[in-house]
Design a protein. Structure first.
Length: 278
């Protein structure tokens, strides 16, 4: 995004992005054309070519470069808006959503990866980093012996130097003993695990709304009672072994959670066992 001075007003210039002419290609993909267009635009956002807060090229320009109809393009843009990546502004065009974190549906990503996907810089301040014995509850959840060595890490997470979350993680030390010597203020926990052959593959995740208590509010620089999203998770590796318990408090207006929901085939029969017409 660039600003230039016309002498009287400040104007926002549109980025120059080279979109491939997907509408002209000999398409073999079973996906609808608008799905491919949405994927191309999302890829440019994730690459940082379209920056948070930036204005997209006009619909006319994009439809001409992609060689698709305006209707197809608008369907793709609306899809990205529903994912939280774009927002329309009447009379001005489409903007890339600014610094609102959130996983893609059914995607397990680290905090660092979430920020990078939106062209933002993540950083951390370590509040706690030590090895201790696992409690009985922790040992049951992580399937380790009671009193086994546990690595505990608590970090204040920031985006562009602004507090966004408090991240509390607990991992069996046997999963990656080298964690103790890693600078996790500057390095990603998940990337570190992957470098040591441990692949975070699944997370059982729950989200609920809570109010900020005084100690939390002070650390996040928000008012006491402000809305937070508490995300708790248990992550397993590629072999199904539990490797992490997480407890993250996000500032409510700086995080969005997305999920893809599927209706079970037997849902209607279960809710209407007598077979009566609805």
């Amino acid at each position: 995004m660039r600003w230039f001075d016309t002498g009287k007003v400040m104007c926002l210039s549109r980025p120059v992005v080279e979109f491939p002419p997907v509408g002209q290609q000999n398409r073999l993909s079973p996906q609808p054309l608008h799905v491919e267009v949405a994927a191309l635009i999302q890829a440019e956002i994730e690459r940082g070519m379209l920056r948070p807060g930036g204005l997209l090229p006009s619909e006319r320009v994009m439809s001409e470069r992609l060689i698709v109809s305006r209707a197809t393009l608008r369907k793709a843009l609306t899809t990205l808006a529903e994912r939280g990546l774009l927002s329309p502004s009447h009379g001005r065009g489409w903007f890339v959503t600014e610094s609102l974190l959130g996983e893609l549906p059914n995607s397990l990503q680290s905090f660092t990866e979430l920020a990078a996907a939106r062209g933002l810089r993540a950083s951390s301040r370590i509040e706690l980093s030590h090895v201790r014995e696992a409690s009985l509850d922790e040992s049951e959840e992580l399937e380790i012996a009671p009193g086994a060595s546990l690595y505990e890490l608590r970090r204040l997470r920031l985006i562009e130097k602004l507090p966004v979350a408090i991240d509390h993680a607990r991992l069996p030390l046997e999963v990656c003993p080298s964690l103790v010597g890693v600078d996790l203020e500057t390095q990603s926990l998940y990337r570190t695990l992957e470098r040591h052959g441990v692949q975070p593959s699944r997370c059982d995740y729950a989200v609920q709304a809570v109010a900020a208590e005084q100690t939390v509010a002070e650390r996040l620089n928000i008012a006491v009672g402000s809305p937070l999203l508490l995300a708790t998770g248990m992550t397993s590796d590629q072999n199904g072994r539990p490797i992490e318990l997480s407890h993250v408090l996000y500032i409510g207006d700086r995080y969005r959670f997305r999920a893809t929901l599927y209706r079970r085939q037997d849902a209607r029969r279960t809710s209407n066992p007598g077979g009566a017409r609805e």
